[in-house]
Design a protein around this ligand. Structure first.
Ligand code: AMP
Length: 135
């Protein structure tokens, strides 16, 4: 599975790398929501954060937190979003798993609020039961 990110891992195309180890690469997003917006990716070619193994996700989060702490310390951001789009319908555009680590500031107006809905009568229990049984 070749993507723009596998080319970055192979160093075939350049990226502003901020962290690298055997398993993980972190580099700046070319179209940042805010400056310092970083993508943390596993080096193994896995499509998204649902298909990735627990071990891979743990490695991604370990580095995402390092990046978030560095962003707070060096950029002075007052908040950080960890965001992972998994699947086209969830907004994923590059099909190699990646965690966005986005520095945030008070009233920076970068995201509009998601739509929150109400459950129908009985629906919340039914869904919680299904998920609990499956997990
Ligand atoms: P997503 O919508 O979650 O798949 O996000 C893909 C992200 O990859 C977007 O925020 C893009 O700006 C970013 N991106 C695409 N190509 C590159 C690249 N060559 N270097 C850095 N970031 C990239």
């Amino acid at each position: 599975m070749e993507t723009i990110f596998s080319k970055i891992i192979a160093k075939e195309i350049p990226a502003d790398i901020v962290y690298e180890d055997d398993q993980i690469l972190a580099f700046l997003d070319i179209k940042p929501v805010n400056p310092g917006h970083t993508l943390v990716i596993p080096k193994e070619p896995v499509i998204d954060g649902v298909e990735a193994s627990e071990e891979t996700m743990a490695a991604v989060m370990r580095v995402a937190q390092k990046v978030a702490r560095a962003q707070k310390k060096t950029l002075g951001c007052t908040g950080v979003n960890y965001i992972m789009n998994n699947g086209e319908d969830a907004g994923q555009e590059v099909f190699h798993a990646h965690m966005h680590v986005i520095p945030r500031y008070k009233d920076d107006n970068t995201f509009s609020s998601p739509n929150h809905n109400d459950y129908k009568e009985g629906e919340v229990t039914e869904i919680a039961d299904k998920l609990r049984d499956t997990i």
